[in-house]
Design a protein around this ligand. Sequence first.
Ligand code: ATP
Ligand code: LTN
Length: 331
Amino acid sequence: MKRMLSGIKPTGQLHLGNYIGALRHFVENQEDYEMFAFIANLHCITVMQDPEELRNNLRDCVALYLACGLDPKKATIFLQTDVKAHAQLGFIACCHTYLGELNRMTQFKDKQAKGETNLSGGLYTYPSLMAADILLYDADYVPVGEDQKQHVELTRDLAERFNHRYGELFKVPEPLVSKVGARIMSLSDPSKKMSKSDDNDKGCIYLLDDLKVARKKVMSAVTDSLAQVKYDPQNQPGISNLMQIYSSLDNNRSFEEIEKEFEGKGYGDFKRAVADKVCATLEEIQNRYHTILESNLIEETLKDGAHKANAIADAKLKQVQQAIGMEIIQK
Ligand code: ATP
Ligand code: LTN
């Protein structure tokens, strides 16, 4: 069975972009692949976190993985810091990454260009840690949103570099970026990605948003004055974004079908239909989330996941350290 791995940072509440761009693919693929889904709690401290908030977000993140349909019997679900090999291979990967490569990473460049001050060293080097996350497990595929594709491409380069230098060590992974929904945009500014770190709450639908609030966010989404439901990201970015959401939550229906359904109808009708789909999805997730919080499934899942992940990661780390010549005692 081919292996798939991905992670999400618990830097805030998970949102619809995370669900459509990443999480739903973890769930869809857990039947056909050996799935590793982890919570990237090292990555999240690359920007300052409030400890109390982070603890809550971590718990919510695991609960939401489960509530969205990840099954701990099928998928290995774990916390990054429960597997120490991530940090260790992360440093080794960092030592094999050129500054020129890190300088080209658009996520860091964007933050720098925005004039954000006090950017940390961890934020700069985190693509190397991400590479380690993936390479430790010899993952074949990495399902991610569009913004992470560049990091998976760096991972491929690093894998090839290691293999070339030390002999075959790592599988070269492939990013899986879906055609629709890989970049859900902010509802209040469709030129920007829907994001946890957005200052404007109106543009982002959180999976745990009150249903009334979520509905209101969809109904007040920025559109245009062309009065036609048409997939045209250039000229109608707001409507096209809503179409991506609608399609993703409705069995990936084609844009032509959606255009036909709303031919001659107003934006109000379309937005109501999108809001219905969003609220139905959220309601189902939230119902399961509340049941999960009351159970001890979170602890059990993480314990079991860490056990499985450690066995694989430790063996790989040892193989790497031996190949590099960093170990002298055969343990
Ligand atoms: P932030 O937006 O605060 O930078 P993030 O949501 O991008 O954080 P993660 O939570 O770690 O960061 O992302 C988890 C996954 O969700 C990644 O695969 C990412 O590509 C995907 N993702 C994030 N935002 C979107 C979006 N707006 N549309 C589609 N996929 C997204
Ligand atoms: N960097 C990603 C989260 C992440 C990840 C990974 C995704 C960390 N390690 C390994 C896929 C595979 C982000 O910021 N969204």
